[in-house]
Design a protein around this ligand. Structure first.
Ligand code: GRG
Length: 319
């Protein structure tokens, strides 16, 4: 590993803005069905780096609305695809960035999300019915950003998430499912948003999460796995929500992330010397944001949006 150096912010901005335009590149083709999430990763990174104005807001909002299915109230990952709660959250998050929730039929969307809640409090991701704690988080986060949490049975939703808690303090995708940092973010995030963090054993979970730091300084998603830049977000955000982030060596983690940059052409990869992509570029910059890296906007660990964007949404609601 060479010297990691500083965050190559200008190069990352250029990488994102040009990736957005290369519609027939390999990356665009493999991302075709999840383009709305790609837009969330790229545009949030631009905002974190104070460069959201590098894109045409009207063009973005029009494209997002072309992924909307008015008959169901959900958003698809791209034009011509089927709606899913994941892309519905991405659409809402991007519109939050641009302060354009006014283009939405909020109650229709909230009814779509609420309609996916099951009797036991869990959530399906779409009409095909796969259940996963990711969808609990996504639904709760979307409804909260839309000020429509009252449309679901929050108590049952929390009860289901708590039923996915393991003896190691972590959470899985379903009851009895292996603890995994990504699912832990979802469960802890949903509990944070609903004011239910008292269900978490902070010391036990904090211990499991800080053990994710590998010798190279990076974080993995579960025991015996390699570090990956994306876990900088899933693990750190969870540690912040349970107030145990000081159990991580932040300097070593920041060095690991900075070492995964392509400093010439921009972008961040999963680990040093691998090919860069938008997903890892976002989670690398987001991880640095959670560690208060200079020049990067602070983020809200539960809503996965810049703090000023989240404050705008909830302060306005109070007025
Ligand atoms: C708004 C930030 C945000 C998220 C929306 C989709 C979602 C909610 C959360 C996903 C959480 C999750 C499960 C993340 C993990 C993703 C990942 C890298 C999975 C890879 O799993 P394996 O088993 O990799 O291939 P490991 O690292 O365990 O070897």
């Amino acid at each position: 590993m060479g010297e990691p150096g500083e965050l190559a912010a200008d190069e990352h901005v250029r990488y994102i803005v040009t990736a957005e335009k290369k519609k027939d590149s390999f990356e665009s083709l493999v991302m075709e069905h999840l383009r709305l999430s790609g837009a969330y990763w790229g545009l949030t990174t631009l905002d974190l780096l104070h460069k959201l104005q590098a894109v045409d807001a009207r063009e973005v909002v029009d494209w997002i609305m072309s992924c909307y299915h008015p008959e169901s109230g959900g958003f698809a990952g791209n034009v011509g695809h089927d709606p899913h709660v994941l892309y519905t959250l991405s659409a809402v998050q991007v519109l939050c960035l641009f302060d354009r929730l006014d283009v939405l039929d909020v109650d229709k969307i909230a009814d779509y999300v609420a309609g996916l809640q099951k009797e036991d409090g869990s959530f399906a991701g779409d009409i095909w019915g796969e259940v996963d704690t990711r969808f609990s988080y996504i639904s709760i986060c979307t409804l909260s950003l839309l000020h429509r949490l009252h449309k679901i049975n929050v108590e049952k939703a929390v009860e289901y998430i708590v039923s996915c808690k393991n003896l190691d303090g972590g959470f899985g995708a379903m009851p009895g499912g292996e603890s995994h940092a990504g699912q832990i973010f979802c469960c802890v995030g949903a509990l944070a948003i609903t004011g239910s963090l008292h269900h978490v054993d902070r010391d036990l979970l904090g211990w499991w999460l800080c053990e994710r730091q590998c010798r190279d300084g990076g974080l993995n998603g579960r025991p015996e796995k390699l570090a990956d830049v994306c876990y900088s977000w899933w693990v750190l955000s969870s540690l912040i929500m349970i107030d145990r982030v000081h159990w991580i060596d932040k300097e070593k983690l920041a060095k690991f992330i900075l070492n995964c940059q392509d400093k010439e052409n921009g972008g961040i990869s999963d680990r040093p010397d691998n090919a860069v992509d938008i997903y890892h570029t976002y989670f690398g910059v987001a991880g640095l944001s959670l560690m208060e890296y200079p020049g990067v906007k602070p983020m809200d660990p539960a809503y996965a949006l810049p703090l000023d964007v989240v404050n705008r949404i909830f302060l306005r609601k109070q007025q």
